[in-house]
Every structure is written in C-alpha cells, then in structure tokens.
Design a protein around this ligand. Structure first.
Ligand code: SF4
Ligand code: SF4
Length: 297
C-alpha cells in the first residue's frame, strides 16, 4: 500500500546500513535529498498490502503517541493490544514494537484488503519505504555525524515498475516523514549515544526513565508537574506552560531530561541552590554511614 514500509528491522537503528550485508534489499549507494527514483504505491499494484505482514516495526515515541491517540487508547491499553516490549539490540534499552497477528502471514493489525486503517498516523517505518535514512558517526562531518539516504528494494515490490518520478526530498514531504523525524530525532540520538557505550548495562532506574518518556507522555507529564521536577530544573515559565498541553514540547523536554540523567549531559540547567542542597544531603548520608568521617577519612 502507499507508503508501506519494508525491510527495516529493529536493528536498523544501528545506523550502519551501508556496512550491513545482512540484507541484500539495501542498495549500497548513498543518496542525497535530491537523488531521484521511480516509485508509486497504490491500490492497483499487484502486490498491494503484500508488505504489511511479518515485519518488525519499532515504535519511537512520536509514532506510538500518534497511533494511540488515533485509537483513543492509553499507553497501557495500546501495549496490551498492539504492542510488544523488546530490548533493542546493541543499546539494551526497552522499546515497543508493533505486534503482528497470529494468522499465517503474521499480518499487521491495521492492514485490510483496502489498505492501512491508520494511514494518516502510520509509523515512520511505513512512511520511509523505499527511501531509508541513516546516520553515521563521523568525526569530520558537521555535528560529528553524516546523515544520508539509501534505497531499499524488495523483489516482490512492484512499486518500482510504476512511472512516477521523485526526489528523496519530494518523497519524504509527500509521506510526512520530516515531522516524524523531527519529533523522534532526540530519541534516536539517545539510542546512538547509548550504543556508543557498547553492551554496558545502565542501572534499572535509567531504563525505566527511558521507557516512561518513550512510551507514556501522560505519565511523564504527571511526573513533571507532580514531582520535584520543576523545583529542580530551571525551565522558563513560557516553556512550562507549553509542556502542560503540547505533547511535542513535552517529548523534547523528556529527551533533554534523559540525556541529563542517563549521560550526565548539561541539557537541563539545575536551579541555583539545588546542587548545593543535594551535596549537603549526600554529605549527611556519608557522615551517618561513616560515623562522621568522609569515605577517605
Ligand atoms: S510491496 Fe511495494 S508497491 Fe506493493 S504495497 Fe508494498 S510498498 Fe506498495
Ligand atoms: S501500519 Fe499500515 S502501512 Fe504500516 S504495516 Fe501496518 S497496515 Fe501497513
């Protein structure tokens, strides 16, 4: 169906597509936004909906948010009915993937003979195909990373035989991929950063924080406004008001908080006095444990 994603797997978040020979579906050519290709997916193609089964679709935060809002479901209900919790390879972080059906084909729960029933809110992966995006860490590139595109071609996909010409940028605009990328970019950067730590496991509390921001905006909002969060971090009042009602702004705050908590980055400013108070509390605990002496004492 139009915009249907194929071939990207959970491990494609590895962002090394040109190195991977794990799939010969990836054409090993780096593309730019102005690269051209022929493709069209519509109800008249012989393979219509053939690609909407037996696929591993990771749901980044904005994808999950859009889907569950469309269906009017809480995060918990969505995960129970449509999701699975997976530990993402090489990051060891928990993510939600879309649960395929139990039929022989393992169909996506949203596919029908007429196409995708959640089309306007379909996941990023379903929007990208056949033009995938990748990011490589590269010291000499701007911002230390190199973003580019690549083509995924699958034998059964007849869309490449259609006579419609696109640039990669035109395709992405048509599919609404840029908005999804903007909303999920901070999350992807956290995955990339975590991957750079190798197989090192983080404390469980950090995984829980990651999972809360990634999956449950309602709960994270309650946390921001119902805990000592706003007493701890110096956040402009105007931004606080936006976070109260704007899910996109809430997600961005969540990504900054995660970077601060998981990697000790200075993405959020701690309020004056809070750091001193924390140090005083830590010193008091040490005094209690070590009987009035510090660790070295
Ligand atoms: S296989 Fe290709 S042309 Fe066929 S429905 Fe999927 S994306 Fe469209
Ligand atoms: S969400 Fe829609 S486009 Fe994506 S696999 Fe399912 S039916 Fe296909």
């Amino acid at each position: 169906m139009k915009g249907k994603k194929k071939g990207m797997q959970a491990e494609d978040f590895d962002i090394e597509p040109l190195k991977k020979s794990k799939s010969d579906k990836v054409v090993p050519v780096k593309l730019t936004e102005s690269s051209r290709f022929k493709f069209r997916c519509h109800k008249g193609v012989k393979c219509f909906t053939a690609c909407c089964s037996n696929i591993n679709i990771v749901l980044p935060p904005y994808d999950l948010l859009r889907l569950r809002k469309r269906l009017g479901m809480t995060t918990e209900d969505f995960i129970n009915q449509y999701g699975e919790i997976e530990i993402l390879a090489k990051t060891l972080l928990p993510v939600i993937t879309l649960k395929m059906g139990t039929d022989e084909k393992k169909s996506c729960p949203f596919v029908t003979p007429d196409g995708c029933t959640v089309y306007e809110d379909r996941p990023s992966n379903c929007r990208y195909y056949p033009a995938g995006m990748a990011t490589l860490r590269k010291k000499d590139a701007e911002g230390g990373k190199d973003e580019f595109y690549f083509m995924v071609k699958e034998d059964h996909c007849k869309g490449f035989e259609e006579d419609k010409d696109w640039t990669v940028a035109e395709w992405r605009k048509d599919q609404g991929a840029d908005l999804y990328d903007d909303m999920n970019r901070g999350w992807m950067e956290i995955l990339i950063k975590k991957k750079s730590f190798g197989e090192k496991e983080f404390p469980e509390i950090k995984n829980r924080m990651f999972f809360m921001v990634s999956t449950n905006t309602d709960y994270f909002r309650e946390f921001v406004f119902g805990s000592s969060f706003l007493d701890t971090y110096d956040i402009p009042q105007e931004r606080i008001e936006k976070v109260r009602t704007d899910d996109a702004e809430l997600l961005k705050l969540g990504y900054e908080w995660l970077r601060s908590a998981m990697f000790a980055e200075e993405t959020l400013k701690i309020k004056d006095g809070v750091a001193d108070a924390r140090k005083d509390r830590a010193d008091a605990v040490l005094r209690k444990v070590y009987g009035g002496q510090n660790k070295e004492g």
